[in-house]
Design a protein around this ligand. Structure first.
Ligand SMILES: *Cc1c(COP(=O)(O)O)cnc(C)c1O
Length: 379
């Protein structure tokens, strides 16, 4: 057998990644304070210093979710891990599930619930529209469900789903409501307890100014009852919330080693949410989005979603006739170091997706992006 040759290091230079301006569907730009916090030395997973950070993270996360839920923690992974934690724990084989899908992530929730044995029916909507409460009620009247899933901020379409009344409708039928808040938490008004949401999950790299690396989840007492009454063990060991809570709670039983740097950074990111104040943060995201929308209109560009349900953290822009959408994105990156997103699924080739999330949501960024677009579109 021949020896495995030693790679020539000149072909593997030290990384030198430019700081991109991230205005796509995520990740967004990481705040320098978060980056700095991540360089603090790694300690052990049972070190009192680290356990204290976890406890404080859960407190700050409750504020960010606007909830008093005891079961509020992070899982290693990304927003998808938060989604999978919600489904793996809440959906038992045979459970009736209603998935309201108005875009890519709504469909992903349905697919996940199916994989965990849920008896899933998917109610779909044209990409760019939102569900009305009466539609949710009608679907549940026809087919009661133990678990209902819906996406708050649908990143594939740029729609913000109004959540008023939905939890009450679901609860009246004896079900539990799971809400995806990956692209809304920290950027769009969201009050988990006031809205009556049972399970809400998110991630770190959209509106919280952190890199990808944690899934965030909060579970209502009502949903905890369902977890406690499960007939079978959660089929996903890594995302078993009862086991995770034994580490996060007072028992401090080892489950898995979380990334210390990621937690340091996230802790700083949450401190910055408190420092700014949630209401101010929501207002900042809205103000910068309104500036973007006005500027895009001045460039004769058409937005895909009507103003009343338009998502402030992600804007879908229709591609004008005769414009090579991929070429514009390529030139934005090559000439201006700017990333924006392409359309996904039903909107592939039809829209650009412009994200203004977290630390990316700043007026100077909006003006820069508009100026670059104006140049490239030869206005
Ligand atoms: C980004 C996103 C996810 C998935 O999060 P990842 O961090 O990419 O795993 C889920 N739902 C929505 C609405 C998202 O925008």
């Amino acid at each position: 057998m021949s020896a495995i040759p030693t790679p020539n290091l000149s072909a593997y230079p030290e990384l030198d990644t430019p700081a991109r301006l991230l205005f796509g569907p995520g990740p967004s730009m990481v705040h320098p304070r978060v980056t700095r916090a991540m360089t603090v030395p790694v300690v052990g997973y049972m070190d009192p210093l680290f356990l204290d950070i976890l406890t404080k993270t859960a407190d700050l996360l409750r504020y960010t979710f606007q909830t008093e839920n005891r079961l509020t923690l992070t899982v290693s992974g990304t927003g998808t891990a938060g989604m999978e934690a919600a489904i793996a724990n809440l959906v038992e084989p045979g459970d009736s599930v209603l998935a309201f899908a108005k875009g890519y992530f709504g469909l992903r929730l349905a697919e996940m619930a199916r994989r965990y044995g849920g008896n899933v029916e998917t109610i779909t909507k044209t990409w760019g529209e939102a569900f009305a409460p009466h539609e949710i009620k009608a679907a549940l009247d026809r087919r009661p469900a133990k678990v209902v899933t819906i996406v708050h901020a649908e990143t594939s379409t740029g729609v913000c789903q109004p959540l008023d009344e939905i939890a009450r409708i679901v609860h009246d039928q004896g079900g539990l409501l799971i809400v995806d808040a990956v692209t809304s938490l920290g950027g769009v008004p969201l009050k988990v307890d006031e809205l009556g949401i049972d399970v809400c999950y998110s991630g770190t790299q959209k509106c919280l100014g952190c890199p990808p690396g944690l899934g965030l989840i909060t579970v209502s007492p009502r949903a905890e009852e369902k977890l406690n009454a499960r007939k079978s063990a959660v089929p996903n060991f890594f995302l078993d919330l009862a086991l995770l809570q034994k580490y996060w709670g007072s028992e401090r039983v080892y489950h898995h080693t979380a990334s210390m740097p990621m937690h340091y950074g996230f802790y700083e990111g949450l401190r910055m949410v408190v420092e700014e104040g949630l209401e101010n943060r929501w207002a900042r995201h809205r103000k910068n989005a309104e500036t973007l929308w006005k500027g895009l209109a001045d460039l004769d560009l058409t937005l895909h979603v009507p103003h009343d349900i338009r998502l402030v953290t992600l804007t879908t822009v229709r591609i004008p006739d005769g414009v090579d959408e991929a070429q514009i994105r390529q030139r934005l990156m090559q000439d201006y170091n700017i990333e924006i997103g392409a359309g996904l699924g039903d909107l592939k080739g039809k829209v650009w997706r412009i994200g203004l999330m977290g630390y990316s949501s700043r007026e100077e960024n909006v003006l820069l992006l508009l100026a670059a677009l104006e140049k490239l579109l030869h206005k």
